[in-house]
Write a protein that binds this ligand. Structure first.
Ligand SMILES: Nc1ncnc2c1ncn2[C@@H]1O[C@H](COP(=O)(O)OP(=O)(O)OP(=O)(O)O)[C@@H](O)[C@H]1O
Length: 239
């Protein structure tokens, strides 16, 4: 089943078209990576899929009418409630979503993001990795069907990145569909079931990582990325 299906999506800001006819879907249960060059139109596409921005053309079908209540979105900078601890932030976000969490559930959430020892630490004092993990916990506090994470592991050291991967894989095991954007091809190849590669407002490739490597005779995702994004934005793409 597809949670979201988009056909012929287009978006223009003033005279400049930044999404140029995109067909894509988000399949239930998958870990989907959205990758592409800076300014390729990834964030704009996400905003269109989420109904945050109106489309200029195209059709989007979503799995339920009240989909907004069943999506968790973590943008690059997740604002926590300043002056509150990790645990208090979880409680505050739960209250925002009208989710009642008892002590056991809070403990489970803290364990999920490996923040038991930091529960009484002010969110602003948490390390970068801890903050990213808390952000994911907050994003999933209302048990959404779909979560969207914008560069969830950027700027983290290898161990902290591994923890984020572990969390994402655990979410997928719990039947949460995950769409994340990344510029780190190694991270993508480790966890994504499927990849969508965007360049200059278009999808230039999509599919399972192993199949894509085979199809384009590429050694790794970095090479594939470099090959398929080797055109100047605005000019016609090679493929
Ligand atoms: N609200 C807006 N008004 C005008 N131009 C915009 C607006 N939002 C995005 N753009 C432009 O649209 C293009 C695509 O931007 P978008 O943020 O979707 O790219 P991206 O692929 O997410 O990039 P990055 O990887 O750098 O985050 C960029 O050139 C950007 O400057």
């Amino acid at each position: 089943m597809n949670l979201i299906e988009a056909k012929g999506l287009r978006k223009r800001f003033r005279s400049r078209e930044v999404v140029k006819g995109i067909d894509m879907e988000i399949q239930q249960g998958e870990i989907l990576a959205l990758i592409g060059t800076n300014g390729a139109g990834k964030s704009t596409t996400l905003a269109l899929l989420l109904g945050i921005l109106p489309t200029d053309a195209g059709k989007i079908t979503r799995w339920r009418e009240d989909y907004r209540a069943h999506v968790g979105v973590q943008l690059q900078a997740t604002p926590f409630f300043e002056g509150y601890t990790a645990e208090e932030n979880l409680r505050l976000f739960a209250a925002l979503y009208h989710v009642k969490l008892d002590k056991k559930q809070i403990d489970a959430k803290l364990a999920e993001c490996n923040l038991q020892e930091a529960r009484k630490t002010l969110a602003s004092r948490l390390s970068g990795g801890q903050q990213k993990r808390l952000a994911i916990a907050v994003t999933t506090i209302h048990n959404p069907d779909l979560i969207i994470l914008d560069e969830p592991a950027s700027g983290l050291d290898p161990r902290a990145r591994q923890e984020i991967r572990r969390m994402i894989q655990q979410l997928a095991k719990n039947k949460v569909t995950v769409l994340f954007s990344s510029h780190d091809m190694e991270e993508v190849s480790r966890i994504a079931n499927r990849i969508i590669l965007m360049h200059d407002g278009r999808i230039v490739a999509q599919g399972r990582p192993d199949r894509l490597l085979e199809q384009y005779h590429a050694e790794n995702l970095d090479d594939l990325y470099l090959e398929l994004t080797d055109t100047v934005p605005g000019k016609e793409t090679q493929r």
